[in-house]
Design a protein around this ligand. Structure first.
Ligand SMILES: [Zn+2]
Length: 93
């Protein structure tokens, strides 16, 4: 869990900053978060997957997991070629 100023402000006041997180998937709102419903964002998601497959030869597949409701990218799930039964999780780069 990441701790930031908002976290401690929240702890002190007991109030959740309004509209900081999406209701459907609890993801933080704001820039830098990708949404598969956005064509430009999807292109970036695809690019990330392609890059990952290029750099990590042990990765067999990579799957972007998005919120079913709003389409926000939550995480990537990769499968490894040597141990395909193992799922490796990756939150970012
Ligand atoms: Zn959502």
């Amino acid at each position: 869990m990441k701790l930031d100023r908002e976290y401690f402000k929240e702890k002190k006041t007991g109030k959740k900053p309004k509209g900081r997180y999406t209701i459907c998937c609890g993801q933080e709102k704001g820039r830098g978060l990708l949404n598969k419903n956005n064509k430009a964002d999807w292109a970036l998601i695809e690019q990330h997957c392609e890059d990952h497959l290029t750099y990590y030869s042990s990765t067999k597949t990579i799957e972007p997991i998005c919120c079913k409701k709003c389409g926000r990218l939550i995480k990537y799930i990769t499968t490894l070629s040597e141990e395909a039964y193992k799922l490796s999780e990756m939150s970012d780069d």
